[in-house]
Structure formats: structure tokens, C-alpha cells
Design a protein around this ligand. Structure first.
Ligand code: CMC
Length: 433
């Protein structure tokens, strides 16, 4: 069977044969289809990348209809069951799960970089006490760029690896400092001897002069949440990382751009919005009216729907299970009852069934975070910490891909065609002062 597509241009009656490339067509092949010699040629128009692959990637696979998510071929369920976050970060960044020895040295390499330059505290202190921790995280990640000018040398694989270790190690510390700043508490230095997640929780919760023991069930639950959030192929934040990185900007500012994209309520910011929504609903009795409001377009049901998943988000399924482990330690978050009922009603409602809207990763994660003691402003930060591994893996893959160039979409111009500046009231050739 010939792997080609035949297109007839009815404007000219000419026929073109376009080869398939891995089941796609290269839209640049459409440029040969022209009305006349002056014509630019046919372009694809796809404002939200609804049906456009922007890259080839061997990192994450999603089948949205079947509810499948795999990192480097491993099902997310198996990774969540058997691995820790740093193993998964190694898998994403280096392509393989580490063996025991590799994991030991990888953990040490990352944790060594958990410390921040003392000057970071100074600009951290400059933020208002009520500054949103996501704003602080985005700004301070970008600021790290000024501490590591070597990072600009993005074409050197060793330099790239160094920045990856630095970023993985430093992000939890920045996040913890942002949290402590919010509470007006002194910053806690990292302890590289603790595991990645235990160290993070200790930096958040340690009180001076007191021993800080993190409950292993909570530390494990957060670690699994980190695994679930580590990568998700070409989502809005990752697309920002690749797009900004394609200009050869350094990885710190590129990561800041990705984090900025993540902060929006349609993306990672949704976990914070879910909690606000559950607060607004207040009780099970108010759910039907709230759902009617979403159906009439007044608002969206936050934590529901996904561009790719048209089935239950496999991460939401795992998260529901983690919730049980956390609630055993913390007691049940009363919002769980409202969330479960909301899900039950929505999944039976024709509006949601027809549009294939299911709970996504953000629907239950906030309820767990809140039970663990986090305030909603921290939720998106908790999403950003592990996603750094995915962003960096995608960034490095993009830089090594010989087909990638600076990201620069085309447009369809819809403005005035040509106008001339009126001469009246102006000196010839002069701007008004
Ligand atoms: N509540 C009510 N209606 C919805 C929702 C929702 N949460 N999501 C989509 N719809 C409707 C939408 O109004 C549209 O209906 P119609 O065809 O009648 O116009 C239809 O479903 C298709 O929606 P869309 O906006 O074209 O879908 P999209 O792929 O552009 O948007 C989404 C995906 C995630 C932005 C959207 O589902 C949404 O806004 N969800 C709520 C926010 C949220 O939970 N975001 C987290 C996403 S998962 C984690 C992450 O990416 O960070």
C-alpha cells in the first residue's frame, strides 16, 4: 500500500501527492499547492494545536481515549507503585530507570544542588508577605539564570546536565522558601541526607529547635504525586519550555516560562481552583445548582475535562487511592464527600457524558494537599516541582533534535491591508512631539 495522500486543488484542478510521515503529513508539503506563481501556498491553520504535532518525542506516551499514560514505555501505574520520584526523574532525563548504584549517585548529585546562594534570600525577602508562591517561584527560577551564566552554553551536553541537576535540586528549596516567606517563618536549609521529598517537607514544616519527623505515609504520598506530575507530553507548560528554549534561551528562564504557563487556571492552576470551587459549593445539596451553572456556560467545572483524555485520567484514578493513605494519617478532608458526589452526578449527566469530560489530575490532588496541611496557593507549586524533570527532558530532547528550529508559527493576517499616515497637522517626515 502506498503511504501517500492525494489532494486535488479544485481552484486549479491540479493534483498533488503528499507522502505520509509516521501517520502525519508535513504541513510544509502543502506549500507546493498554489493558486498561481504569486501565491504563498497552502498553510495549516490550527490556533490551539488541536491537530498539530509540534515535535517527535520518545519521552511520554498518552492514549487519551484509552486512558493510558507511559513514561519511556513504563505504565504510570507501575512507576507509581514501585519507584520513587528521583528514579522517575532519572528515567525521564536519562532514558532508563537507574540501578541501585546509579540511584545512589544520582540522588547525591541532585541533593548536593539543593542549596541556594545566600543572595536568593534577599530577593525572596523583597516580595510582599501575601505574594502568591507561584509568582515567587517563577521569578526566582528566572533569577537563578543570573547566578549561573555558564548555563547559556546550552550546546555543551555536560553543561546541560549540570543545569538539570541544579534545577532539580534547587526547585524544592525555592518552593519551600516561598512557602516560609508567605508564613513569615525563617528559611530552613536543605538536608541532603534526607530523601528528595522528605527533605522538601522538612524545609516546609521544621520548627527551630524542634525535631521534625515526617510521617512516612505522607512523604510517600507526596512522592507518588510527584511521579504522577513529572511529565505529560506536549501540554501548555511543556510547549512553553520548548518554544522559549528553541530560541536558545538558558534553561532557567525557559523553566520560568514553563512555570508561568503552568500557573494558569486552565492548566496547573486548576488544582487551586478546585478547592475554591468546593468551598463555594459548600454542601452536597448545592451540587445540582452548581452543575447547572457549568452547563449554561457561567463557569467551568474545575478539575474536569482534558484536551487529550477523553476517558478517566489514569492519574486521577491513582490519586483517589493515595487519598485513602493520606486520610488514614490526617483524617478525612470533609471536601472529599462533596467531590465524590460532584463526580458521581457529573459522570451521569448528559452534558459531561456527551463531551467526554472526566475528572483530571487536579480534581482530587488539592483535597490531599489540603489534608496534608498546604494552603491552596501552594498547590500549583507542588505541581511545578516534579514537572521540572519533564520540562528539562523535553528541553534537552528538543535541543538534540536536528529538525527543531526556533519556534515561530505563521499567522493569517486579518488587519487593514495598507494605509498611509495623513500629512495634515504634521511636519513633513516628522513625528509629533
Ligand atoms: N466544565 C464544563 N464544560 C467544559 C469543561 C469543564 N471543566 N471542560 C470543557 N467543557 C466543555 C466546553 O465548554 C466545550 O463545550 P462546547 O462544545 O459546548 O463548546 C467542550 O467541553 C470542549 O471543551 P474545550 O474548551 O474545547 O476543550 P479544551 O481541550 O480546549 O480544554 C481544558 C481542555 C482542560 C482547558 C478544559 O476541559 C477546562 O477548562 N477544564 C477545567 C480546567 C482544568 O481542570 N484544567 C486542568 C487540566 S489537567 C492538568 C493540566 O493540564 O495542568
Amino acid at each position: 500500500m502506498e503511504e501517500t495522500l492525494t489532494i486535488t486543488d479544485n481552484r486549479t484542478n491540479r493534483t498533488y501527492t503528499i507522502p505520509f510521515f509516521k501517520g502525519c503529513i508535513r504541513t510544509a508539503d502543502l506549500r507546493q499547492i498554489r493558486k498561481d506563481a504569486e501565491d504563498f501556498g497552502v498553510m495549516g491553520y490550527d490556533p490551539a494545536f488541536m491537530n498539530t504535532a509540534s515535535c517527535q518525542s520518545s519521552i511520554t506516551y498518552i492514549d487519551g481515549d484509552k486512558g493510558i499514560l507511559r513514561y519511556r514505555g513504563y505504565p504510570i501505574e507501575e512507576l507509581a507503585e514501585s519507584c520513587n520520584y528521583l528514579e522517575v526523574a532519572h528515567l525521564l532525563l536519562r532514558g532508563e530507570l537507574p540501578d541501585e548504584q546509579q540511584l545512589r549517585s544520582w540522588t547525591q548529585e541532585v541533593m548536593t544542588h539543593a542549596f541556594l546562594h545566600e543572595n536568593v534570600k534577599k530577593f525572596m525577602d523583597g516580595f510582599h508577605y501575601d505574594a502568591h508562591p507561584m509568582g515567587i517561584l517563577i521569578s526566582t527560577v528566572a533569577a537563578l539564570s543570573t547566578f549561573y551564566p555558564d548555563a547559556r552554553n546550552i550546546h555543551d551536553p555536560e553543561v546541560r546536565k549540570m543545569q538539570m541537576r541544579r534545577l532539580l535540586g534547587k526547585i524544592p528549596t525555592l518552593a519551600a522558601y516561598a512557602y516560609r516567606h508567605h508564613l513569615g517563618r525563617p528559611y530552613v536549609y536543605p538536608d541532603p541526607d534526607l530523601g528528595f521529598t522528605e527533605n522538601f517537607l522538612t524545609m516546609l514544616w521544621k520548627q527551630r529547635g524542634k525535631e521534625c519527623r515526617i510521617h512516612p505515609a505522607l512523604s510517600r504520598a507526596l512522592d507518588v504525586l510527584f511521579i504522577l506530575h513529572a511529565d505529560h507530553e506536549q501540554n501548555c507548560g511543556t510547549n512553553a519550555m520548548r518554544s522559549v528554549g528553541s530560541s536558545h534561551a538558558d534553561p532557567y528562564v525557559s523553566t520560568a516560562a514553563a512555570a508561568a504557563a503552568l500557573s494558569g487556571p486552565l492548566h496547573g492552576g486548576a488544582n487551586e481552583e478546585v478547592l475554591r470551587m468546593l468551598d463555594e459549593i459548600g454542601s452536597k445539596a448545592n451540587i445540582p445548582a452548581y452543575i447547572e451553572g457549568t452547563k449554561s456556560g457561567q463557569r467551568r467545572l474545575m478539575g474536569f475535562g482534558h484536551r487529550v483524555y477523553k476517558n478517566y485520567d489514569p492519574r486521577a484514578r491513582i490519586i483517589k487511592k493515595i487519598a485513602e493513605d493520606v486520610f488514614e494519617v490526617t483524617g478525612v478532608n470533609p471536601k472529599l464527600e462533596i467531590a465524590l458526589e460532584l463526580e458521581r452526578i457529573a459522570l451521569e449527566d448528559e452534558y459531561f457524558v456527551k463531551r467526554r469530560l472526566y475528572p483530571n489530575v487536579d480534581f482530587y490532588s488539592g483535597i490531599i494537599y489540603q489534608a496534608m496541611g498546604f494552603s491552596p496557593e501552594m498547590f500549583t507549586v507542588l505541581f511545578a516541582i516534579p514537572r521540572v524533570a519533564g520540562w528539562l527532558a523535553q528541553w534537552a530532547e528538543m535541543l538534540e533534535d536536528p529538525e527543531q528550529k526556533i519556534a515561530r508559527p505563521r499567522q493569517i493576517y486579518t488587519g487593514e491591508w495598507l494605509r498611509h499616515v495623513e500629512a495634515a497637522g504634521r511636519e513633513a517626515g516628522q513625528a509629533r512631539t
